[in-house]
Write a protein that binds this ligand. Structure first.
Ligand SMILES: Cc1cc2nc3c(=O)[nH]c(=O)nc-3n(C[C@H](O)[C@H](O)[C@H](O)COP(=O)(O)O)c2cc1C
Length: 252
């Protein structure tokens, strides 16, 4: 069984490719009960997720902690834009022990960050390169190679990044207050409400309202708004919006 968390499609796409190659199933972890699954030695237990500030999103760790892997072949694949830090090791220490872990560089979906962002050109280049990387991971998974931790790009000082940054993200950056909708652009489609994995958005009088103080900051609402009507303070203004389905048709 392969579980994924995905705001803009990167991790979902990879989870489904891996599941198909292994003759297994892929499930959105936000829609299933982790305690309803049982695993045995022949099974794969894979988790595919985006890197958030050099670690797995909190929702991924919380879900994964509730799984009981027994002696299944456990692995994780993290998708990331620039660098992973020690995401895979951190997962292994904070959720369940991984037998192997991999990283795949994918387009950036964080339009409020000043540090990491892609252009149309680098987005397309990453999408072109990704299938070969995923195929390489599939070969290693089929061989059930153990003890492989291949993040692809851990960056400089990965231990330091992962030891310090996830708590800064969680404590200081997950506030919903800066989110707002430009009412003249909003088409009241309700996609933002339906997509939010934190259930932090409700549609009131036709417009989204952020009803929780904090969310996962997954950026699904900003990136997938068909009218590009959602902003996060001044940070997201004039910045690109990304989701996989928008770009896949452009990759030959
Ligand atoms: C809140 C947030 C934090 C992120 N932090 C990192 C990071 O530390 N390193 C990195 O390379 N990419 C980072 N990214 C980029 C995503 O990990 C990357 O685009 C991922 O493939 C998105 O996957 P998804 O489409 O499945 O949601 C971050 C994105 C978000 C929204």
């Amino acid at each position: 069984m392969i579980f994924y968390f995905s705001a803009t499609g990167n991790s979902e796409w990879i989870a489904k490719r891996i599941a198909e190659a292994l003759g297994d199933k892929a499930a959105d972890m936000m829609k299933v009960d982790p305690e309803s699954f049982a695993f045995c030695e022949e099974d794969y237990l894979g988790i595919v997720f985006p890197v958030y500030w050099y670690a797995a999103p909190e929702a991924v760790l919380e879900f994964s902690k509730k799984l009981k892997p027994n002696n299944a072949f456990t692995f994780a694949v993290c998708t990331f834009s620039n660098v992973t830090g020690n995401t895979l090791e951190h997962f292994s220490e904070n959720a369940f022990e991984l037998k192997s872990g991999f990283g795949v560089s994918m387009p950036d979906n964080y339009p409020i960050s000043e540090v990491i962002y892609d252009t149309e050109e680098t987005t397309l280049a990453k999408l072109k390169a990704a299938p070969a990387r995923v195929d390489e991971i599939i070969v290693r998974l089929k061989a059930r190679e153990e003890g492989v931790f291949d993040p692809f790009k851990a960056g400089e000082n990965p231990e330091e990044l992962t030891a310090s940054m996830p708590s800064v993200f969680k404590d200081d950056h997950c506030y919903t207050k800066p989110f707002y909708v430009e009412k003249d652009l909003c088409i009241s489609c309700g996609i933002c409400e339906a997509l939010c994995p934190a259930d932090a958005i409700l549609i009131a009088d036709g417009y989204p309202v952020w009803v929780k103080e904090k969310c996962y900051q997954c950026m699904a609402c900003i990136n997938r708004c068909p009218a590009e009507a959602i902003q996060y303070g001044e940070y997201s203004k004039g910045r690109y919006r990304y989701y996989l389905e928008k770009y896949l048709p452009k990759v030959d």
